[in-house]
Write a protein that binds this ligand. Structure first.
Ligand SMILES: Cc1ncc(COP(=O)(O)O)c(C=O)c1O
Length: 409
């Protein structure tokens, strides 16, 4: 996309999330293509559904593109559900994959006719008390090591809070029977962000989950394999090849279909893969200093604006496109009073000046959606560069101090 980034910062404030509609559309199309060709290659008439996990980025304008491209959605809170409904997704296109929610929230979702996926026996018990006789999905923990870019996003194996492990399945079935709950589907999500070098770990996790379904579950119709499809953040990483993932999945899923004839549908929940590369975060250099043998580039992009680097030590490519300075090694940091407020460590860059533009790449997923107001910083505006005419459209305004003060009594 070609835009005048500095002009956008003047118009909408710095920092600013900027999305490329064409890139988003392309990523949606790739996921749709994955769905279509997987369905064609599966034996029998098995449905395949791709539910975009909106936790990655829940901006309504982004969801509209997801919807236009024929994808469904997965959500996990009343607000996310409301955004999906506002976008026009039908009940049967929405999945509610939650954990540790109240009986009221659970009942409201079920009363709306939305399929819910529960992740503990305790939550199944709650569901049974408020909505006996309901059809539910349950999240299993396949027990394998899981996949993920950080220990904090590995969601399978012994060290995770998620799912019901093999050892507890009998208790799950007893609880479901007690309340006449019908387990029509299983769910597993191994973790977030695998690339080509981890496809075999992903497949091992899929196999482990399917083995559990075959061994313990009677006649489920839906098997949900979650998300985790990664994108490269570092220059040395390569793009995930969806056709490789599919080639490895086909024999495993076809083997399962043969042995488990009640299965009617496989679901997937890609999140990051769709919006990540379409988003840049623009900001401004506020200060530079040389201290203790390294340059520090202070920006207005704090850990509240994009928490991933401080939270997971995640790498994001950072560029200072207009800088003409000498080549230096620098740490980029934000404007929050925390030592952990680091955006990028030991980067080789041309030393920028105060006022220069800073661009953080691959900020479209788990960027704005994880942002906070910590230390009283306002969440930025979001702008989309439209496919075709290249117009820049405001898709969420910047917060104001009044917005936030207004919440207090
Ligand atoms: C249940 C569930 N499904 C899907 C996703 C999406 O994962 P990703 O963005 O890695 O594709 C997540 C992410 O945390 C998740 O918890």
């Amino acid at each position: 996309m070609i835009v005048d980034a500095k002009q956008l910062l003047q118009q909408y404030g710095s920092p600013l999330y900027l999305y490329d509609e064409e890139c988003l559309e392309n990523k949606c199309k790739r996921i749709k293509q994955f769905e279509t060709s997987l369905k064609e290659r599966l034996s029998g008439n098995i449905a395949v559904s791709m539910h975009y996990a909106i936790k990655a980025n829940s901006n309504l304008s982004i969801l509209e593109i997801v919807k236009k491209n024929g994808l469904k959605v997965d959500c996990m809170s009343p607000l996310e559900l409301e955004i999906n409904k506002k976008c026009g997704f039908k009940k049967n296109e929405i999945l509610y994959v939650c954990n540790n929610i109240s009986a009221e929230e659970m009942k409201a979702v079920i009363d709306e006719g939305i399929l819910i996926c529960l992740d503990s026996i305790s939550q199944v018990e709650t569901c049974g008390k408020v909505c006996p006789g309901t059809k539910i999905m349950v999240r299993i923990n396949p027990g394998t090591v899981g996949v993920g870019h950080s220990q904090k996003v590995v969601t399978s194996g012994k060290a995770t809070k998620f799912g019901i492990s093999e050892d507890n399945l009998q208790q799950l079935f007893d609880t479901a029977t007690k309340y006449d709950l019908h387990i029509i589907g299983t769910h597993q999500h191994l973790g977030s962000l695998f690339l080509n070098d981890k496809i075999s770990d992903y497949i091992a996790g899929v196999k482990a989950g399917l083995d559990i379904v075959k061994k313990y579950f009677k006649d489920v119709e839906i098997v949900d394999l979650g998300g985790g499809f990664g994108v490269p953040y570092e220059p040395r990483e390569e793009e995930l090849t969806l056709s490789y993932v599919q080639n490895e999945l086909i024999p495993v899923l076809n083997g399962f279909i043969e042995e488990y004839p009640s299965v009617k549908e496989f679901k997937f929940e890609p999140g990051r893969y769709i919006p990540c590369e379409a988003g840049d975060l623009l900001g401004t250099v506020m200060a530079t200093k040389y201290e203790n043998g390294i340059w520090w580039i202070g920006t207005d992009i704090g850990m509240g604006t994009i928490p991933r680097p401080s939270m997971y030590d995640s790498y994001h490519e950072i560029i200072v496109p207009d800088s003409e300075g000498e080549l230096v090694t620098a740490n980029f940091c934000g404007n929050v009073c925390e030592s952990g407020d680091i955006l990028g460590k030991e980067r080789k860059v041309k030393l920028p000046k105060v006022g220069d533009l800073v661009v953080v790449h691959n900020a479209g997923a788990y960027g704005y959606s994880m942002a906070s107001n910590y230390t009283g910083r306002l969440r930025p505006a979001e702008v989309m560069v439209m496919h075709g005419d290249g117009n820049c459209q405001l898709i969420r305004r910047r917060e104001t101090i009044d917005d936030l003060i207004g919440l207090m009594m």
